[in-house]
Design a binder for this molecule. Structure first.
Ligand SMILES: [Zn+2]
Length: 245
């Protein structure tokens, strides 16, 4: 059965949780841009510092972290987000223990999102451990936030989001149409210039870098168009929708 394409009502507040700078843009950038344009206050929570996001073994990692913060802020501005928060946990070493869960819980309680978006921890054969752990932290943080007996010393009222959307989903059952917002997603992704070589396969110093850039843009576009085509709609982002949080 093809997943349904349906527009969720734009939330008043949304919280998107990503392991690294650029994950959220890949997973749900167009949906966030659409909601922001409709007046939603969407905040991005980046769990790690992005300090392993280079293939250059001689890289200055402190400078890389600063660059990735700046790139993430620029991308968030392109999407129209209300803000970005960085937990700056060490890249590649993200754990989903109680300490990290409390940090996510605190953000959910403080920001009081109607919708939380995050990595799908059930995605099979996913290689990067941070993406798996970020998925668990999103779900476990939401459960903790809604129950006042978790982390009572936070001094914040419990908060229950209306729904959770998991991107990179193992089983897509919701397609959010993003017609008109795909270019915004692509512009936001391209703000992450430090990730051009490794993640986007764009070598800015190569003679054919324009073609490489076009290739990346084409891949993002095709993925969204293919997702929507299955449901007979225009470009879409696919999610697993958890509607009874
Ligand atoms: Zn990532």
């Amino acid at each position: 059965m093809s997943p349904a394409a349906a527009e969720l009502p734009p939330p008043a507040r949304a919280l998107a949780i990503g392991a690294h700078p650029d994950d959220v843009e890949f997973g749900c950038g167009a949906t966030l841009a659409k909601w922001a344009a409709a007046g939603a206050a969407a905040t991005l929570l980046v769990l790690t510092d992005g300090s392993k996001g280079t293939w250059d073994s001689d890289a200055d990692l402190a400078a890389l972290v600063a660059t990735r913060h700046r790139e993430q802020d620029e991308a968030a501005a392109v999407l129209g987000l209300a803000g970005v928060e960085f937990l700056d946990l060490p890249d590649g070493e993200l754990a989903d223990g109680l300490t990290e869960r409390a940090l996510v819980c605190e953000a959910v309680r403080r920001l009081r999102p109607d919708v939380v978006l995050g990595h799908d921890p059930w995605k099979r054969y996913r290689l990067h451990p941070d993406h798996r752990h970020a998925g668990w932290l999103t779900l476990d943080g939401v459960v903790a936030a809604r129950d006042p007996h978790f982390f009572p010393d936070q001094g914040l009222p419990a908060h229950r989001p209306r729904r959770v959307l998991l991107f990179e989903a193992e089983e897509v059952d919701h397609l959010e149409p993003v017609d008109g917002f795909l270019d915004t997603k692509i512009r936001a992704l391209l703000c992450h210039r430090s990730q051009w070589p490794a993640t986007m396969r764009i070598d800015a110093s190569a003679p054919d870098h324009d073609a490489q850039l076009e290739g990346f843009v084409g891949r993002v576009r095709s993925e969204a168009e293919a997702a929507g085509r299955a449901a007979g709609t225009g470009p879409a982002e696919g999610f697993k929708l958890l509607d009874k949080v």
